[in-house]
Design a protein around this ligand. Structure first.
Ligand code: SF4
Ligand code: SF4
Length: 239
């Protein structure tokens, strides 16, 4: 058995998500992502079940494992008690750990997940001062968000929620440093910090340098679409 298969089987989410798959396709039939993408949880489960190292590596390098929306609709319906959703989580971790995520366009988008959501959590916990969710970068949030973003200061005053997190209530409050330390300790103990670092390293390896990673990041910030960044190989093909 290959090294990656062995490692996948050590992942607790994989152990909980994979019993014996009979390839019936019920998970795909109920999967909303399968409606819109070239994606089938049945296919993913089948590849894992075969325990073929080469096929697993191809899967880890592909967009497929990033299409799942983690809705868990597949899980209660599987006649074998499997959870494609959990298996996908284990596959994503493996893909990041070995840098395979950077081979696919959807995989490379993990850089945003890491820099926007991951780092936000590490800095402020779940505090909602969403200054980094700019309308330019998130046009799908629509005109209400645009309005809120432009008038954040006045609106927070109307609600009695000051911009100063120190004096804010509820979900806008500042998280005490002691709690933040606990949160960071959880990130460390669960390996989340390691995965966040692996995302930066994997991107650097794929794009060739830290400067290129920043160019990729800037392309997304400026255009709202990472696909506007051209990989070196694509640039050469265009010549
Ligand atoms: S994971 Fe479950 S529902 Fe999906 S193909 Fe396998 S047995 Fe069927
Ligand atoms: S959790 Fe993922 S694989 Fe399962 S139904 Fe939802 S989108 Fe599909």
């Amino acid at each position: 058995m290959g090294k990656l298969i062995e490692e996948l089987k050590q992942d607790i989410q994989y152990q909980h998500g994979m019993n014996a798959c009979l390839n019936c396709g019920i998970c795909t039939a109920v999967c909303p992502a399968a409606e819109v993408y070239d994606y089938s949880p049945r296919e993913v489960m089948n590849i894992c079940h075969q325990e073929d190292e080469e096929a697993l590596i191809e899967l880890l390098k592909s967009d497929k494992i990033w299409y799942c929306g983690q809705c868990f609709s597949c899980t209660p319906r599987c006649p074998r008690g499997n959870s494609a959703a959990r298996v996908i989580l284990a596959l994503r971790r493996l893909s990041i750990r070995y840098g395979y995520f950077a081979e696919s366009e959807k995989g490379r988008q993990q850089l945003f997940a890491k820099r926007v959501f991951g780092e936000n959590l590490l800095k402020r916990g779940l505090t909602l001062l969403a200054t980094n969710i700019t309308p330019q970068n998130f046009p799908e949030l629509g005109e209400f968000w645009e309005y809120y973003f432009e008038h954040m200061k006045e609106m927070r005053e109307w609600w009695g929620v000051p911009m100063d997190l120190e004096n804010s209530p509820g979900s806008h409050r500042i998280i005490p440093e002691k709690d933040m330390e606990e949160l960071r300790a959880i990130y460390k103990a669960t390996g989340a910090l390691e995965l966040m670092e692996a995302i930066e390293k994997g991107m650097e390896k794929k794009l060739g340098s830290k400067e290129e990673v920043e160019k990729y990041w800037q392309t997304w910030l400026e255009t709202g679409d990472s696909r506007n960044y051209q990989l070196k190989k694509e640039k050469e093909e265009d010549k």
